[in-house]
Design a protein around this ligand. Sequence first.
Ligand code: NAD
Ligand code: UDP
Length: 311
Amino acid sequence: MKQRIVITGAAGFIGSHLSEALLDRGYQVIGVDNLLTGDVANIAHLYNRDFTFVKHDVTNYIYIDGPVDFVLHWASPASPIDYLELPIQTLKVGALGTHKALGLAKAKGARFVLASTSEVYGDPLEHPQKESYWGNVNPIGPRGVYDEAKRFAEAMTVAYRRYHGLDTKIVRIFNTYGPRMRVNDGRAVPAFISQALRSEDVTVFGDGTQTRSFTYISDLVDGIIRLMLSTMNDPINIGNPREMTIEQIARAIIQATGSTSHIVHGPLPTDDPKVRQPDITRARTLLGWEPKVSLEEGLVRTIQYFKEKVG
Ligand code: NAD
Ligand code: UDP
């Protein structure tokens, strides 16, 4: 009997890659998504495999027939422009959706993995960020709808572990990029690639000295699956520790696309974190995980995908 995995947010960027990787490893996958920010085009190629798609809003009761071995809760808007446009849905899926997904795992005796985020660290006062850091989040700022929803989701996940004895895991994902991000997603890498391929100005917000650490999607998926199969229950950072400024990533993308675009500066969004870099000692020592794909190689693969999408 194949093990069965429910993935919420399966039609999204990460959810679709995760579904595919788990099918490749011999699992049966049930993808649940309401297509709020996802697209069936991301999973259409999985329909002839051991994959079932259920269109459903996971803030409502999730009904799945038969046994379930793992519940992976990935549903949530993730791009700042998405969660600024969808503040209530973002809070609801982080709070009510996490509660429903945990309830499903409890009912089925399944193991549970929460997609959390480096945003729980907010605009961090500790650098690089270790899992022990509690964060610096503005609860009433525009990003609060996402950051606080994820912090609540972590608290709810830990409560199910402590109170119900559920086997739960929490992955704190740092900025991840790759094919299947939307052209108009608004996050830095897809925005800069689309602009560069169209020879438009590349829009760096602020003076561009703020930093991020970018992880290629296949490295992230490898880390998630290692965590899923581990005995770890504490939160774990998965992210590439190679930190760079936003100006540097913009220049790298202009160079990699061979574009004639120029960088223009716009206003820095409210509460935009100034630095972000994961300390991955825990992932290295407890999961044996290391990122393998260089930024240069990851950009080549991502640009290839965007060339087909950008008209
Ligand atoms: P995405 O927008 O591509 O995917 C999110 C998916 O969730 C979409 O398919 C969307 O339709 C679905 N969804 C949203 N609300 C739902 C609901 N109520 N019911 C059912 N489905 C719903 O974003 P992504 O980048 O793939 O992010 C996926 C997860 O990973 C999110 O939980 C996000 O917070 C987390 N994450 C992503 C990153 C990153 O860099 N991509 C970083 C940190 C955390
Ligand atoms: N950013 C930018 N131009 C864009 C999109 C984003 O300069 O067109 C900046 C943004 O202000 C932030 C960084 O790039 O400092 C990463 O933004 P992203 O939306 O990718 O993710 P975040 O880490 O802020 O959640």
